[in-house]
Design a binder for this molecule. Structure first.
Ligand SMILES: Nc1ccn([C@@H]2O[C@H](COP(=O)(O)OP(=O)(O)OP(=O)(O)O)[C@@H](O)[C@H]2O)c(=O)n1
Length: 551
């Protein structure tokens, strides 16, 4: 209690003061009210002017030395007696003795209440805290046409069926070209994977090796090899399977993915990582109508072959390529250029063994050459992308990953809020940059990639606008993405989720509140209950009257 500042003004020293009250002569504290005290017959009266009501109210109960029962007169009117400049300061020590908060019962109840709240909140927190995580692992090798990459995924062991919880734990880029390049030496295809596989062995805890599934999926490069030479492609698959089986994981096969599978698994990956499967698409137990089409020979590398094949179709010894930089000058073999089923039947009869590939760096002309590799006019459907393939109207966001991302990222064009016209202008400036200047500016970038970014950027913009019909208005709906929530975008995650049955038939039940929200609510409710409990103890509190009353 807080009565040390209480001053009482009297006209005369009342006879009934106890020994703990003493006369004072100081000025009354500014906040305090005046108490008038007088004795009439056997009754003491206090007259009060309520300038600071709460403290004065309480003060009235704390004169220990008055006869009991203690009657109080309260009045809101100014005191009728002349106010003296004498003050009586009330001795605090007796007040404290009578302070109900210092009573043992109140103290015990308060302590028990606090302990109960702490216990309640602790139990709520511990009960709902995620248990120390035990993980499961899965490994997928993406055997692409230009390179192979290994991805390790992990997810909490006890929550196999929850979505949005599988995440990429590690990735490893296999040194050397894609496995299809080892057609003439298949065992080297297996050999090339070993370094990343050993890395995977180090990243997945040894106790989990045997239960970790390992998959290899091959895409465009092996599709082309399969078309060209089935036995060679089988040998490459056997060689990589043989190498992968030697590792302590559960090897679940090396196989060719169809273009449709690659598209669909890529769709599952990005929508899974974006948490869209749960909310929007309801993959769980539902059928989807998904449009996917893979244009074999129209990936970036094969598209470049097609444009070069177009430019060398007459068997020239030198070509001046608008898609390569001014000053670019390389001697290339006709046999290498035409060594792909995408162009092999177009090889000019009278071609020399080599041609000189020079650059003139002109975006507009490059776009004209690139357009030549697509057939935009033939269409038997309501609308087509190119080569007579049906193309539905694109809805929602359009994600461009892998080569789309690498190229646009190099060109500083991943921001699709940049107007399409500005994108083209920037690309034109890039293409016109002399080759020597570009090499000096980017000494760390692989020369093959650097030389091709003008072509690649032009090919991407042409494909998006002329092929997939993006316009200046819709260009901003495109997102060039590399990763979503730490996982690379691509088909591999969707493939593993599907083969490992990590997407359940039914949507999982999710708690209505996140953990933090739940704990906060429990805490607030506990505090409210505690305050109510304390108020329920009011009979133990000192009696006070809110209304001025005359007793
Ligand atoms: N920094 C980089 C890395 C890669 N690339 C290019 O990006 C393409 C790789 O694309 P990706 O879709 O990963 O190809 P692959 O998986 O190798 O092939 P695919 O899936 O078509 O079989 C290749 O042309 C490569 O030259 C690039 O231009 N810049």
């Amino acid at each position: 209690m807080h009565f040390s500042c209480i001053s009482i003004v009297t006209t005369s020293a009342p006879p009934a003061w106890g020994g703990n009250a003493k006369l004072g002569a100081s000025e009354p504290p500014s906040c305090c009210s005046f108490l008038m005290l007088r004795q009439e017959k056997q009754q003491l009266s206090l007259l009060l002017s309520l300038h600071c009501l709460p403290s004065v109210h309480s003060a009235l109960f704390l004169f220990p030395r008055f006869p009991s029962p203690f009657h109080i007169s309260l009045s809101l009117s100014p005191p009728p007696w002349p106010v003296s400049d004498k003050f009586i300061e009330v001795d605090n020590r007796d007040m404290k003795e009578k302070n109900p908060w210092h009573r043992p019962v109140t103290i015990i109840i308060t302590v028990i209440g606090v302990i109960a709240i702490v216990a309640l909140v602790t139990v709520a927190v511990l009960q709902n805290k995620p248990l120390s995580q035990k993980y499961k692992y899965g490994i997928v090798l993406d055997a692409g046409s230009s390179h192979t990459a290994l991805y390790i995924y992990q997810w909490p062991a006890e929550k196999d069926n929850d979505t949005g919880r599988v995440e990429q734990m590690h990735s490893c880029k296999v040194k050397g070209p894609g496995i299809s390049s080892y057609a003439s030496n298949p065992s080297m295809a297996g050999e090339s994977l070993k370094e990343c596989m050993r890395e995977a062995q180090r990243h997945v805890p040894a106790s989990h090796h045997s239960e970790t599934s390992l998959y290899l999926g091959a895409t465009a490069g092996m599709r082309l090899l399969d078309l060209e030479n089935k036995s060679a492609s089988n040998k490459v698959f056997l060689a990589v399977a043989d190498a992968l089986q030697k590792f302590p994981f559960t090897f679940r096969g090396a196989r060719l993915l169809s273009g449709q599978e690659e598209g669909a698994f890529g769709w599952v990956t990005v929508n899974y990582l974006d948490d869209r499967l749960k909310q929007e698409f309801r993959l769980y137990g539902n059928d989807y109508q998904l449009y996917t089409h893979s244009f074999l020979c129209y990936g970036k590398d094969q598209a470049l072959r097609l444009t070069l094949a177009h430019q060398t179709r007459t068997g020239l010894g030198t070509i001046a390529d608008p898609c390569f930089h001014p000053g670019y000058n390389e001697t290339k073999k006709y046999s290498d250029l035409y060594d792909s089923p995408c162009v092999s039947d177009r090889k000019p009869q009278q071609a020399p063994s080599n041609f000189t590939h020079t650059g003139i760096g002109n975006f507009q002309q490059c776009q004209e050459v690139v357009k030549k590799i697509f057939n935009f006019s033939r269409c038997e459907y309501s609308q087509c992308s190119f080569n007579g393939v049906f193309q539905p109207t694109v809805q929602g966001k359009y994600g461009g990953f892998s080569a789309y991302y690498f190229v646009m990222n190099f060109l500083n064009l991943t921001d699709t809020s940049i107007p399409l016209e500005s994108v083209k202008e920037k690309l034109a400036r890039h293409c016109a940059t002399p080759w020597r200047e570009l090499k000096n500016k980017h000494p760390d970038i692989k020369l093959k990639y650097l030389a091709e970014y003008c072509f690649s950027g032009t090919y991407i913009i042409t494909l998006l606008t002329e092929g997939y019909n993006f316009t200046s208005e819709t260009y901003s709906t495109i997102e060039f993405i590399k990763k979503i929530k730490g996982s690379d975008t691509g088909w591999t995650l969707g493939y593993m989720l599907t083969l490992t049955n990590l997407i359940p038939a039914e949507a999982p039940d999710t708690p209505p509140l996140p953990h933090a929200g739940y704990v906060s609510i429990v805490t607030v409710i506990a505090l409210v209950l505690f305050v109510l409990f304390i108020f329920s103890l009011r009979p133990l509190w000192p009696r006070c009257s809110k209304q001025p009353q005359i007793v």
